[in-house]
Design a protein around this ligand. Structure first.
Ligand SMILES: NC(=O)c1ccc[n+]([C@@H]2O[C@H](COP(=O)([O-])OP(=O)(O)OC[C@H]3O[C@@H](n4cnc5c(N)ncnc54)[C@H](O)[C@@H]3O)[C@@H](O)[C@H]2O)c1
Ligand SMILES: [Zn+2]
Length: 353
């Protein structure tokens, strides 16, 4: 991975230093309207780069991660006179870094960009690793490209205006990294009190945690092999996310992932001998902090159909998962039968009762 990752709680100063080195012809910043209100006034006071930049504001949320919004961004970049000598800054959650990264990678065949994530999910996951894109025809991330930000500046100070539910959403991805890394990492994440909002402590924890992802991405940037480890929790998680959407009661990505992790740890236990005690610990933790996402047996067929649709599966008769033999021990490309999935969903249901 060529990406430079900077962890700091002095974002404005760091950004100005980096931009002074790059010396771009001009700078455009993409934000959504929430981030615009929560972050831009302070950043304009503190950072010369942001003060002098063209600010492109788009509508917030997953519903606007579309080709229509992309067209709007390309249009505004054109009006602002952005060229390949310019610099684009994506400041926001995963929606903005995904969409802004794709806008940058396609505009004039690619212009340099910096990500400044403002959500925990963005900081831990979306802004790092070079996957960019937008949703299309109801399919998540259907149009996209691998394009890495030159630099990612990660800071926990942005989280002061972030609702608790957004913090928990991002924390699900941290727990996923902990499960992939080691028992020590997993234990310390379950023991950490996220709600005390100690931003310095959070920054240190984030730095250790993002390293799990960046090391895996460095070994396999385009997901030919080991990068699939990062899909842990996501085959079931994406199916839950889509099921919730169909019920018109959307579940945010991280919440879908934490429930998906539980299903996939159950599969890991049943198929690969993953320790039952760790499955129970995660289930208890989820009940306490995330509540319960219920699915009934008459929805199993739909959940399985949604898993089949997941783009990560290569065959249609079995479903492909990343599973664990133990905490810190990953097995990619595990094909699982529909009966095993039904059995795991029964256990999931029991555990979250
Ligand atoms: N590229 C990847 O590798 C990758 C990985 C994981 C997720 N993702 C993508 O990330 C997206 C989800 O990311 P997200 O949860 O950050 O969503 P998001 O960008 O929609 O942000 C969540 C909400 O928080 C608001 N917000 C952002 N920063 C804020 C701040 N500092 N204060 C107050 N409000 C703020 C946003 O306006 C939005 O309403 C999904 O589209 C998902 O597909 C991408
Ligand atoms: Zn995820």
């Amino acid at each position: 991975m060529n990406q430079q990752l900077i962890f700091t709680n002095h974002v404005a100063q760091k950004l100005d230093e980096i931009v002074a080195e790059i010396k771009p012809a001009n700078v455009a910043v993409i934000v959504d309207s929430n981030v615009h209100d929560a972050v831009i006034p302070r950043m304009q006071e503190e950072s010369e780069t942001i003060r002098n930049a063209t600010i492109v504001v788009v509508k917030p949320g997953e519903d606007h991660k579309t080709t229509d919004t992309l067209t709007e961004i390309w249009d505004k970049l054109t009006s602002a006179g952005v060229t390949r000598s310019s610099l684009l800054i994506n400041m926001g959650g995963g929606v903005i870094t995904d969409m802004g990264g794709f806008a940058a990678s396609t505009f004039k065949r690619g212009i340099p960009f910096i990500n400044i994530p403002t959500t925990l999910l963005g900081a831990i996951d979306a802004s790092v690793g070079g996957k960019t894109g937008v949703n299309f025809n109801g399919l998540k991330n259907q149009i996209g490209a691998f394009a890495e930000a030159e630099t990612v500046i990660v800071s926990s100070t942005f989280f002061k205006t972030l609702p608790d539910s957004e913090l928990w959403s991002g924390y699900a991805e941290m727990i996923k990294h902990g499960l992939l890394a080691s028992k020590t990492d997993f234990d310390s994440l379950l023991a950490y009190d996220l709600t005390d909002r100690n931003y310095d402590r959070m920054l240190t924890l984030m730095e250790q945690n993002v390293a799990v992802k960046s090391n895996i991405v460095a070994a396999d940037p385009t997901e030919k092999g080991i990068r699939k480890a990062l899909n842990l929790g996501h085959t079931a998680g994406h199916a839950f996310e889509e099921l919730a959407m169909e019920r018109h009661a959307p579940l945010s990505h991280g919440y879908a992932v934490i429930f998906g992790l539980l299903v996939e740890l159950i599969l890991s236990k049943n198929l690969l001998g993953f320790p039952e005690t760790e499955v129970s610990r995660l289930a208890e933790y989820i009940k306490k902090h995330y509540g319960v996402f219920r699915i009934t047996p008459d929805e199993y067929d739909r959940v399985i159909a949604l898993m089949h649709q997941d783009k990560k599966n290569f065959t249609t008769d079995t479903i492909n998962f990343t599973l664990l033999t133990d905490v810190g021990k990953t097995e990619i490309n595990q094909t699982v039968s529909e009966d095993e999935i039904r059995r795991a969903l029964d256990e999931y249901h029991e555990l979250l009762k």
